[in-house]
Design a protein around this ligand. Sequence first.
Ligand code: DGJ
Length: 719
Amino acid sequence: MLLALPAIVCAQKNSTPVIAIETDATGLYLVVDELCLKQSHYGARVADPGQFLQVRDMARDAYPVYGSGNPNELALAITHGNGNVTTMLAYKSHRSWDDPSDGNIKWTEITLEDTAYPVTVLLTYKAFACENVIQTMASVVSRQQRITINSIASCYLNLKSSAYYLSRLYGAPGFESNLLSERMSEGIKVFDSKRGVRNSHYDNQSFMIALENPAGELTGEVVGGALCWTGNFRMSYQVDVMHNCYVWAGINPYQAGYVLLEGGRFDTPWMALTYSPSGKGEITRNFHDWGRKYMLNEPQRIRPVALNSWEGVGMDFDQKTILEMIDRAADLGAEVFVLDDGWFGNKYPRNDERNGLGDWDINKKKLPDGFTKFIERARARGIMFGIWIEPEMVNPSQLAEKHPDWIVKAPDRPPLMHLSRQRSQQILDLSNPRVQDFVFDVFDGILKQNPEIGYVKWDANRYAPDHGSQYLPPDMQGNLWIDYVKGLYSVYERIVKKYPHTIIQLCSSGGGRVDWGAMGYHHEFWPSDNTDALQRVYTQWGINHFFPAMATSAHISQVPNHTTSGVTPLKFRIDVAMSGRLGVELQPRDMTPEELKTISSAIAQYKTIREVIQLGDLYRLTSPYEDNFASMVYVSKDRSQAVAFCFVTKYSPAQDYPVIRFSGLDPNRTYAISEINPGKSNGSPSVGKSFTGDFLMKNGIRTTFWRACESAVFRLNAK
Ligand code: DGJ
């Protein structure tokens, strides 16, 4: 909140100073040229930004609008009340101020005014000094007319380089977060989501752009971006023949002409930007540090080990089964047991995916004592009890009978229920405040009755093929998916405020909602329903470019794998899961005593290293996309401890042992190497020996394995 009003710098022809939005090492610099706002530079911080005034001619439109004559991708397009589709913005003023409650944050707000209509555009920047992250967003205020916002960017970035190399994530449900890196050719590339309420199964709204040359982990200039928005998004990258690159990031304008009523204000979501002069690894660490300090719920709380019931028992369980699972979860050393889908619905019992969503009453036949016995048992065994919910969705249920008007559907058309992967369910219309209250009440009602529930997994298993709000007026249907997400955020907001210590997992048919908008209200996310450890090496490698290990739920599951039928060794499954927030996703009863012993010993060992994994710095060492194995190391902030992982993904005909050459260690300290969750023989001849950080970073250690799905976890302790 603003305490003292900062000085406002007003427009004077060509005498406005440089607007410098700076962090410790980066800067975004804007100048005003003939009342037009221009961007001079984004990248490394410069010593004397005043000099940008002398090269105003090099600057390019900071926020180009339709009507200004700029022929490139445009940040903003508005239709005014009288039908005029053009806008012209003139710089009016700007102000900057320190955040009154956090000395690490500085705000800047720039005011632009339409030259003919009572429309104001505000560009807001929030700079995080230590993390080198700058958040940007735009707002439109329409003082006296009803307007339609046809498209509006959260961020419009001008880059200048001879070549651009884009790294981004793509995939599908059960195949999320694969990394793709390519040189951008001239033209426009667009990556987007049109799925309404989920966004990240396919393209992801985060990127890294290397300038001049492809970047390494430790070398090269890189710009990173992440759009904080859980709905339809659009990221476009335009490269022209002069090698200018224009990056557009924001809500997807697809079918979303947004009607803003007279006197209204529209805020875009935030875009987070960061820059590294030394490779992609630093971009990752900047995002992780920023996310762990400012975005995640309870960012410094060490995440507990969970056992989730889904792959183990599905919806086919009774009270006795769950009580026994709670016992076995505790025996294994898990700290929270999560009862997944299938516990609710009486008139429409949730015995399969075709019924029950909407009726959040405990199924009396399956669970005659409700959650009481589970909570008592969990308490007695010293662990937490958690549950699964999917409160935005509905299928045959008493709720659907009572409130057909709450369901998203196009007028005069049947719902599109035939589409695959839609689970016979529909979406509740969260643009409607009564639906928002209902969704809040689902969470609140369960927690009020069972205050000891310590963990909630929030799922969303349908995307949005139907379009139609029965709440919004006919001429405002374009607002639906934007108001939906804003409605969802307001529900999250209320929940997190009331239940700040209830762990909330973000899930959407696996990783369908992994973005920094939703993550701002959660503790962790479920990256994929594909728990096959071999695919998880790639999924976690990709998603961890932008999101930290502490939020990445990674569960040891049974073989053949639930999704892929793949069979991988238990040690490999454990090691891969340990590189994130370790959990278990199986029916312990189906495991041999030997397997259970291995898992419980691994969980005990994980607890001794998880602080380094969850709160440390991630250095990627060898990419599974470039070699037959993946390796990475987490280094504690004081560099006294490290945990390194090595996963062989493909058999190497040369029978060559992977070498781990470290990064991020203190060159002057000596580290003792031990092994976590060892196999039958040591994972490296160097186990039990000590080396300097300098030696480990220049030479490294070799492993003793080369076959696919062999792995090792090493611990390094500074003496
Ligand atoms: C999809 C999730 O990704 C799974 O983990 C599980 O919770 C199911 N939904 C339950 O229906």
